[in-house]
Design a protein around this ligand. Structure first.
Ligand code: ADP
Ligand code: MG
Length: 477
């Protein structure tokens, strides 16, 4: 029987369904449309660039494996990205990804690496290869322009720009960018690489994850080719190594890295490293490497605050040609305060749900989607956390919240905070009072009563309290 795109895809889904969680399946796989099967290439349509990237990041292996099962070893997957304004009326049908962005699987390499269309060259090919032939392994979407600046990342971003302008010739060598997951380390590191290529096309740039570096090193050491390996890396002008924390399990790779580091640094070449921890907290890393990391600059990435989160969402939407009501953007930015990746994930979920169910994107839908999106780990919420949420919500400073003032908004914000602290923490009234600049427990009782009364009479006030309540609930899940 001749196989068509539809049946192949249905078969893939039946496997995927058993593997991924239901909600993820609904969000990430149901909206995909199989378009065409030609030879061994399945063309699928995804709702947005975000969606595509999310799949790429999280489900590459799964997709590749299931497809291979269906179509055999030569299987490839191609994407078409739909430009969808998010409210159901998709703009100008579909659009092919420009060739340079077209991603395909190429399964004759180890473990289905995702390969960008202009084929990624194996960085370890011909001895004596010309410098220019080294593919930098950069994704062009990661630029400085696309990286929103805020207090959370200013130092790292600016240092990155300097490095890109004058690679090797600045006081940030190595530049170590560190921070938790999804805060933009890879983006920023790649932006440096892309910017170097833009400003200095002749420079040899290479981006590599530490895992890949380690794998390659191990391959070469099995083949007695460690010198080739080290020599190759010594050709690079700007070497970017992502997630160096994974070196902790690879002592011998660290030796190779040490040799490469020294050579590059001495020859005025630039090193850019990222890590999930500050260098001083990197366990299992040789001291001689750590001391070299201190030669340059370590800059951290923090969680963006509410305003920056809004800006990031707006930028993503603009880049993808999407629109969404302002209050929804605010709602998402407000409620997703873990990291930027989750922020993007929430946005895509929302888009996916909206196009899937032909529903308009509004706060109602956002609430629904986010409810499912938030992880359900049960944790104790603290008075401090509640105070922070209320401050953010009403845009008052922490000092003002505690300060003696008769300004009505602030008094009310404080009363609501006490009310929430009473409702959601196990603290005594006395304890709560102490968290508000040493007020006594009768003040707390009075506050709680006032909030309850106002909720009965003032619908706007009630709305605020309900929203905050939901927010605290989410944080405590
Ligand atoms: P990490 O490597 O720290 O885990 P990534 O660099 O993969 O994080 O970032 C996760 C996602 O968040 C990426 O899609 C990235 O583009 C986006 N992102 C992170 N920080 C910013 C920012 N300041 N502005 C715009 N997008 C950002
Ligand atoms: Mg990363």
């Amino acid at each position: 029987m001749a196989k068509n795109a539809e049946t192949i895809w249905v078969n893939c889904l039946s496997i995927i369904k058993d593997i991924v969680e239901w909600q993820h399946f609904k969000t990430w796989f149901e909206p995909i449309k199989p378009l065409e099967l030609k030879d061994n290439v399945l063309l699928i349509q995804v709702p947005s660039q975000f969606f595509f990237e999310y799949l790429e990041e999280h489900y590459v292996n799964l997709l590749a494996k299931t497809l291979k099962r269906e179509l055999g070893k030569e299987a490839r997957l191609e994407y078409r990205i739909l430009v969808d304004s998010g409210n159901g009326n998709s703009r100008s049908g579909s659009m092919d990804v420009p060739a340079s962005h077209m991603k395909t699987y190429n399964n004759n390499e180890m473990n289905f690496p995702l390969v960008i269309d202009n084929p990624v060259k194996n960085p370890f090919v011909i001895p004596g290869l010309k410098k220019m032939q080294i593919d930098p392994q950069l994704n062009p979407i990661y630029t400085f322009d696309a990286f929103v600046e805020g207090d959370c990342n200013r130092v790292a971003r600016r240092a990155g720009k300097t490095v890109a302008e004058k690679p090797g010739n600045n006081s940030f060598n190595p530049l170590v960018i560190y921070g938790g997951v999804g805060l933009g380390k890879t983006h920023l590191a790649q932006a440096i690489g892309n910017e170097v290529k833009r400003q200095h096309p002749g420079k040899v740039v290479l981006y590599v994850s530490s895992e890949k570096f380690i794998n390659q090193f191990q391959d070469h050491s099995r083949n007695n080719a460690i010198n080739d390996f080290i020599h190759f890396y010594q050709l690079i002008d700007v070497l970017i190594i992502d997630d160096v924390q994974f070196f902790n399990r690879a002592e011998r790779s660290q030796d190779a890295f040490f040799a490469i580091f020294n050579h590059l640094h001495q020859s005025g070449k630039q090193l850019v490293l990222t890590s999930d921890k500050a260098p001083k907290d990197l366990d299992g890393m040789q001291e001689r490497l750590l001391s070299r990391f201190r030669w340059g600059l370590s800059a951290d990435l923090q969680i963006p605050d509410y305003e920056v989160r809004i800006e990031i969402l707006e930028k993503k939407m603009k880049n993808d040609g999407l629109e969404m009501p302002r209050d929804v953007v605010k709602y998402v930015a407000y409620n997703i305060n873990t990291n930027v990746r989750e922020l993007e994930g929430a946005l895509i979920s929302l888009l996916a749900q909206s196009s899937l169910n032909k529903k308009e994107i509004d706060v109602e839908l956002a609430k629904k989607v986010l409810r499912n999106f938030v992880k359900t780990s049960s944790k104790e919420i603290t008075i401090d956390a509640i105070q922070k949420m209320v401050c953010e919500y009403f845009d008052v400073s922490y000092d003002k919240l505690l300060h003696k003032t008769r300004k009505r908004e602030i008094v009310q914000a404080r009363q609501i905070t006490m009310y929430l602290a009473k409702a959601f923490t196990k603290n005594s009234l006395k304890n709560i009072g102490e968290h508000f600049g040493g007020r006594d427990h009768t003040t707390v009782i009075h506050s709680c009563q006032t909030v309850k009364d106002l909720m009965d009479t003032d619908s706007f006030f009630r709305e605020n309290v309900m929203e905050l309540t939901q927010k605290v609930q989410l944080a405590a899940m």
